[in-house]
Design a binder for this molecule. Structure first.
Ligand code: NAP
Length: 388
């Protein structure tokens, strides 16, 4: 691993493309979503210029608006490059090639993510408009501007028939409308925009937005509060035990995406902003101080990015309740007992092999969950027992 001493000033991000110094501007679609917010937070802390566009100001189903947003980002990056004395054609090295547009990275995190609602015949078209048409629009705009694109996809493109982790080139076979539309989005990206990263992830959680750990904590609180009024009869939480996947901390995913694309997230003091993703360094101190590792963008293509290890929703819930300290039992049930509108894969563990091959790895999910729970305790104390 190359180690080069250097210092950073704010408003600059550097990619190690054969030693070429690049100014980046990152354009995020779905900027107010769970992942979008974490990307923003990292870029903010690192002083990297970005635009996080959400609804209503950037609707990805509006082709013209998307084209204009990407074009504007390229313009702004070009101006910034000029003001820093970096002429056009500065981008030597693999990955992004030459030209000012290479200074822009587009992260397409906008999506229709209501998995059960998408099964409603009236909603299918809405899901397809956002996840397929919207993605096609973003891919076209990036291809036209020569800007690399990160498209965030899902473990739900797989059918769950395997019992060993899915590799990036395993054949997809989605079981639900959401998974099918996300897969069609992948296909559009591959066809339209050669400079792409397709990043499949799974079971996201973060402090912003709705997610499984927060839902479990709300249910645990309701159960305990309700139990108190029922004379101590605390109802157990019933959680499915026949779906196995990879919980993923949105913050770790955000960092890994930026590292994959060659954007180092370093604060003005020269310290890596977060430590959930590593580039080969396993020791925590080394990770925190891995500031001098000049990142290079990984080759374009498809990657799986989740926290390490796997579990069922039931096992995940048990750990959440235990860490929070709620005095509630968690009971395993089957998917058939829960009877949700959308079918889900019984097994959708994503193999990190391709990610490892470019020197990146995320920490195991229980470690990421502990960090998240500590953060959530400060952010949303009402989800935790008093004095717990
Ligand atoms: N959450 C998971 O467990 C999970 C698992 C695997 C993969 N993923 C993928 O990871 C990515 C990020 O997920 P997330 O959890 O951050 O999702 P999220 O919180 O639902 O965020 C998605 C964002 O996209 C916005 N959006 C919806 N329609 C749009 C449109 N037409 N134009 C522009 N923005 C639009 C949403 O806005 P509104 O809220 O206003 O609708 C929301 O802010 C998505 O691509 C998702 O498919 C998520």
């Amino acid at each position: 691993m190359e180690v080069i001493g250097r210092s950073f000033t704010g408003a600059e991000a550097t990619a190690g493309m054969g030693g070429g110094k690049k100014v980046y501007r990152v354009l995020i679609t779905g900027g107010r979503g769970q992942l979008g917010r974490e990307l923003q937070r990292l870029l903010e802390q690192a002083g990297v210029e970005y635009e996080a566009a959400g609804l209503p100001e950037l609707d990805v189903t509006d082709e013209r608006a998307v084209r204009e947003a990407v074009r504007r980002a390229v313009e702004q990056a070009r101006d910034r490059g000029r003001s820093q004395g970096q002429g056009e054609g500065h981008g030597q090295g693999q990955g992004y090639g030459r030209g000012p547009a290479r200074a822009v990275l587009v992260i397409h995190a906008a999506a229709y993510t209501a998995v059960d609602r998408a099964e409603d015949p009236a909603e299918r078209e809405v899901a397809a408009r956002v996840n397929v048409l919207g993605t096609r629009n973003v891919a076209r705009a990036c291809a036209a501007a020569g800007a690399p694109l990160v498209y965030v996809s899902t473990d739900f493109v797989f059918g769950g028939e395997k019992r060993v982790p899915y590799e990036v080139d395993d054949p997809p076979s989605p079981l639900n409308v959401y998974g099918a539309t996300k897969l069609a989005g992948e296909q559009a990206v591959r066809e339209i925009c050669p400079q792409h990263y397709i990043v499949r992830t799974a079971w996201l959680f973060g402090v912003h937005g709705r997610n499984f750990p927060k839902a479990i904590l709300e249910a645990a609180r309701a159960s305990v509060t309700g139990g108190e009024s029922r004379g101590g009869n605390v109802k157990p939480l019933r959680v499915v035990n026949d779906q196995v996947g990879c919980p993923t901390y949105a913050r770790d995913l955000a960092e890994a995406i930026l590292l994959l694309a060659g954007v180092e997230v370093i604060d003005p003091q020269g310290v890596r902003v977060v430590t959930g993703a590593t580039r080969g360094a396993s020791d925590l101190a080394e990770r925190v101080r891995a500031t001098t590792t000049l990142p290079a963008p990984a080759p374009f293509g498809t990657y799986h990015i989740t926290n390490g290890g796997s579990c069922s929703w039931y096992e995940f819930a048990r750990e959440i309740v235990r860490l929070a300290g709620w005095p509630v039992e968690v009971e395993p049930i089957t998917s058939a007992q829960l009877n949700r509108p959308a079918r889900r894969p019984a097994y959708s563990v994503l193999s990190p092999a391709r990610l490892r091959s470019v020197g990146l790895e995320l920490r195991p999910w229980p470690e990421a969950l502990r960090t998240f729970m500590a953060e959530l305790r400060t952010h949303s104390p009402e989800l935790f027992p008093e004095g717990g």
